[in-house]
Design a protein around this ligand. Structure first.
Ligand code: PRP
Length: 216
């Protein structure tokens, strides 16, 4: 299986979710000093719990868990919705909360026309699913970064993107007109690991749950 000698392996999404994951694990009593001072090492062993952590970009967290090279992962629901899933999503970790929203240039009447709308997004699958549910035919343009530029440059009529504080939209003259989906960090588990390492994985999930309940 993924990790040897009875240790579990977890993939953490780098950046904001990494910081929040480490805070959660530390309040559970895990010594995360190897993750906090990683140096050049890529695998970080927790000294007081049988867990090794790797840091990865969100789509790679899913790839590692799906392939079973990591038993567990922490990843945003945004990436799960975009990439699809063949793993278990076992716990909402309560951090990384934001939403997907449909946003347009202030004053524009998105629904007031019969022509096919163009939607720019870093998340074409999420966008497609949203408009399919409405039975609305749209052209989707995949953008890799700063998707807010697309309506400003008249490349698109609207965007589907992550909104956290709303500041990026506001500062670029855009307004959210509809929520597409809620997003937060999820604990995910490889399907085979869930059977083969059931006891260790359930112990880890229970510790996470215990700490999350204590926080409420
Ligand atoms: C996301 C998103 C928006 C911004 C929204 O980008 O694409 O640009 O955050 O946040 P706000 O509502 O608080 O302004 P992120 O900063 O994650 O960077 P990315 O472009 O690399 O995804």
């Amino acid at each position: 299986m993924s990790s040897g000698a009875g240790r579990l392996r977890i993939a953490l999404t780098k950046g904001r979710l990494q910081d929040k994951s480490v805070e959660l694990f530390e309040t559970m009593g895990l010594d995360c000093s190897p993750i906090r001072s990683p140096g050049r090492r890529l695998i970080h062993s927790i000294p007081n719990y049988p867990l090794d952590a790797v840091l990865a970009k969100a789509p790679d967290v899913i790839t590692y868990v799906e392939h079973g090279v990591c038993d567990l992962g922490v990843v945003g629901k945004d990436t799960i919705l975009e990439q699809g899933k063949s793993f278990y999503e076992v716990l909402d970790l309560g951090f990384g909360r934001c939403r997907f929203a449909l946003a347009v240039k202030e004053g524009s009447d998105f629904y007031g026309t019969y022509k096919t709308r163009r939607i720019a997004s870093k998340y074409p699958n999420v966008t497609r699913a949203f408009f399919e549910k409405k039975g609305m035919d749209v052209d989707i343009i995949k953008i890799e970064g700063s998707v807010e530029l697309a309506p400003i440059l008249d490349l698109a009529d609207a965007i589907v993107d992550i909104v956290e504080t709303g500041a990026t939209l506001r500062e670029n003259g855009l307004v959210p007109i509809e929520d597409v989906a809620q997003v937060s960090a999820k604990l995910i588990v490889n399907t085979a690991s869930m059977k083969l390492r059931k006891r260790e994985i359930e112990d880890f999930i229970a510790r996470c749950e215990g700490e999350l309940e204590r926080r409420i």
